[in-house]
Ligand binder design. Structure first.
Ligand code: UD1
Length: 359
């Protein structure tokens, strides 16, 4: 049996790593092939994750790089098709919701190669998010759908997906987190930055809805500057956000900007943060697992379980709303603190088991 894995962008790597490992550990004779589309290509956005997560060097690197949605998705499809034809896998595993996910799933569907989608069924209900389109289409194309939470199963059933294709397995991102916590605990990033545990706000922002509009970005940065008057505000900046800040001529006095961080350093900083402020999908889940308060600067989330059971809260991208939410969080506003079902470090093993049952 030959299984091909697709990785393209930063949030993919910590999902692919545990699935490859679980398949390698299962003892069955199988061949695994790793394809990196090159959607993300900077060292800090890609290579450092391979090193931190102990991932093998990709067997195929498609070098597609950045571009508009159509350009990037099209380039991935064109570059991936010959690789798929040459390698002839029995299954292609795609993860998450980035352009590489939908592009490769579509190529597979057209060539009748079976696709498994890891992190299926998540829905924000917001079609202005490019990721929502990627999720909807990938789930329609997939032959096996692995959901991280049961709201995913309900969404898929409502969209007419056959129940026998859907498997609730838990969250593979949490597999990586559980495995890597001991290594993260050895990092010196906190002391290198001169930070005390639970003293600082950790920020990540890169969604077009927050960073592509100068007024919205200016409002958020102004809130961060004000928060930085009373506690350190640490902001590892995504390349997209850095580009926009330069373009719009925006600054945030007092905020400590850093280059994007690797997996282990970021995990160490998340675990020790007083508050995390983000618009990422995965970080909403990681903070829920770690019990760290998370303020998500978005109008909606495809991960409602982090609101229901976890530490996550949606906050509008408005200055006053951000300042108030941070103040409430500091006062220890009571919140639910439960780890969602099957976020137990064993999701990838469940995925491997299902794949092996379907040779
Ligand atoms: C992509 C994903 C998003 C995910 C995010 C995590 C899609 C539609 N979006 O968004 O779901 O949350 O990754 O990071 O797939 N750039 C670099 N170096 C890189 C990569 C990008 O400088 O290694 C810059 C380029 O200027 C590029 C911009 O960042 O144009 C945006 O990159 P892109 O891959 O288009 O989307 P992301 O915003 O990273």
């Amino acid at each position: 049996m030959k299984i091909m894995h697709i990785a393209g962008a930063r949030p993919n790597f910590m999902k692919v790593a545990p699935v490859m490992q679980a398949l390698a550990d299962c003892g069955s004779p199988l061949e695994q092939v790793l394809v990196h589309t090159g959607q993300h290509y900077d060292f800090e956005m890609s290579q450092v994750f391979f090193e931190d997560l102990g991932m093998p060097t990709p067997d195929e690197y498609l070098q597609v790089g950045s571009g508009s949605h159509a350009e990037q998705t099209g380039k991935i499809m064109i570059a991936f098709e010959p690789v798929l034809l040459r390698r002839k896998p029995d299954w292609v595993v795609v993860v998450g919701d980035v352009n590489s996910t939908v592009a490769c799933a579509l190529v597979c569907a057209k060539l009748n190669v079976r696709v498994a989608h890891v992190e299926a069924g998540l829905r924000s209900g917001d079609r202005e998010m490019p990721e929502e389109i990627n999720r909807l289409l990938t789930d329609q194309l997939a032959d096996l759908l692995f959901t991280p939470s049961q709201d995913g199963d309900a969404n898929l059933l409502r969209e007419g997906i056959a129940p026998e294709k859907i498997h609730f397995v838990g969250n593979v991102m949490i597999d990586s987190l559980v495995k890597m916590l001991p290594a993260a605990a050895l990092r010196t990033v906190l002391s290198d930055l001169g930070l005390e545990k639970k003293s600082y706000i950790l920020v990540t922002l890169h969604r077009p809805s927050n960073v592509d509009n100068p007024e919205v970005l200016a409002r958020i940065l102004s809130a961060l500057s004000e928060l930085a008057l009373r506690q350190p505000v640490l902001f590892p900046v995504h390349p997209r956000t850095r580009l926009r800040m330069q373009e719009f001529g925006l600054e945030a006095p007092g905020v400590r900007f850093l280059d994007p961080l690797g997996y282990l350093d970021f995990l160490a900083l998340t675990q020790a943060a007083d508050i995390v402020m983000t618009d990422s999908g995965g970080i909403q889940e990681e903070t829920t697992f770690l019990g760290v308060p998370c303020l998500t600067l978005r109008a909606n989330t495809e991960r409602p379980i982090t609101l229901e059971l976890g530490t996550n809260r949606l906050v509008p991208s408005e200055k006053q709303a951000i300042l108030e939410a941070a103040a409430h969080t500091r006062q220890g506003e009571p919140g639910a603190r439960q780890i969602p079902p099957l976020w137990d470090g064993r999701a990838a093993a469940r995925i491997a088991e299902v794949l092996l049952r379907n040779p």
